[in-house]
Design a protein around this ligand. Structure first.
Ligand code: GDP
Length: 349
């Protein structure tokens, strides 16, 4: 091995901005590396990461060359092939934005109220998980606020029931009272997960409740992971070990990090809207699970607008109750968006 190779470590991206990434080496003492390296990219384009809004995401596996002259820094020289990527479409950049890489499951956090239930956001995240072929779980937080039977609550219940009907698991929790956290912990344990949700649903509170000592700022959406060097408003990886009483936090500097972390959670900043990535209007049906069996079956085939055509199997399924009317409404909005009809006019679906 040449002297140069001896300075190259393998590791995982924990977080990053557009060009500086925190990489945790697999071996904490590799080539004298500290627990985490602040790395820049070598050259402008990283092989395999071309065409994305951001070249790397938490969960990416990379090779980095340690800078012997500046302790704690390095240069990312290569990226390992990805198992999967969770992305969304970045309208500003007109390209895919990486949220997380190499994950086992996507959690979508929602609330029945405060903030109000937003099923269309859930539809979009679940759609994206399907596109990426990553299993998804819905988490309904703030169940301590669910007393009373206002209309908003009934609407949310009905829609959540429909998500269950089409096969999604819903974990009901309260970060405030601790209800349901054991089940959530069990679902997270030993896996790589990405947590998504609209701002205010209590993602940070849930993480704080699950992980003693984490102390993410509650209520403040951005800059939660700003540790001084550069402001990070993108996703960030939290590495955890399981203990008899739950999870314990591993800081990148912990000597045993690489060996003992067995649970990874990628926390994402609260999202206002979610534009699906990597599909077109023709393939949308194949990625919404109760629509999928009807793919290609309409009389007008791919030219069906699924609004009025005779022999439209989607409309028939809506009338028969096999597709919830509100999911259908979501479908139409996304369909139009993908058709470019209302490009740039998304509301906060
Ligand atoms: P995030 O934006 O998703 O990270 O949400 P935060 O964790 O910052 O929480 C937003 C607000 O909701 C804060 O005022 C929290 O105290 C509150 N909150 C979070 N979880 C719960 C819960 O389970 N029950 C209630 N009643 N409030 C909660």
């Amino acid at each position: 091995m040449s002297e140069k190779d001896a300075n190259v470590i393998s590791g995982m991206v924990l977080r990053g901005s557009r060009n500086v990434f925190t990489v945790r080496p697999d071996c904490a003492d590799a080539a004298g590396a500290p627990g985490a390296l602040e790395c820049r990219l070598k050259g402008k384009v990283l092989k395999g990461a071309e065409g994305f809004y951001n070249p790397l995401a938490p969960g990416d596996r990379v090779k980095a060359q340690i800078d012997p002259e500046h302790t704690g820094t390095g240069m990312i020289v290569a990226m390992e092939e990805r198992r999967n990527i969770f992305t969304r479409y970045n309208q500003k950049g007109g390209c895919s934005q990486l949220i997380a890489a190499n994950v086992d499951q996507v959690f979508c956090i929602a609330t029945r109220r405060s903030p109000p239930f937003r099923p269309r956001f859930l539809d979009r995240v679940l759609l994206q998980a399907d596109i990426a072929e990553i299993p998804a779980i819905i988490v309904c937080n703030k169940i301590d606020l669910d007393d009373g039977d206002g209309g908003d609550r009934l609407d949310a219940d009905e829609r959540l029931e429909d998500f269950r009907r089409i096969g999604y698991e819903i974990v009901e929790v309260s970060a405030r009272t601790g209800q349901g956290l054991d089940l959530l912990r069990a679902r997270l344990a030993g896996k790589h997960s990405v947590l998504t949700g609209q701002s205010g649903v209590g993602k940070s509170s849930l993480l704080n409740a699950l992980v003693p000592g984490l102390d993410i700022k509650v209520g403040a959406v951005n800059e939660k992971y700003d540790r001084g060097n550069h402001t990070t408003t993108l996703a960030a990886m939290i590495e955890l070990a399981q203990t008899p009483s739950g999870f314990s936090l591993l800081e990148p500097g912990d000597a045993q990090t690489a060996a003992s972390a067995d649970t990874w959670i990628i926390d994402t900043p609260g999202m206002r809207r979610f534009v699906p990535d990597g599909i077109d209007k023709e393939t949308l049906i194949a990625h919404m699970r109760e629509f999928e069996p009807l793919a290609g079956k309409c009389s007008y085939g791919l030219s069906c607008s699924h609004r009025r055509e005779p022999g439209c199997k989607i409309l028939e399924a809506v009338h028969a109750g096999a597709i919830h009317e509100d999911r259908y409404e979501s479908f139409l909005r996304i369909f139009d968006e993908l058709a470019g009809k209302i490009a740039g006019k998304h509301n906060a679906d």
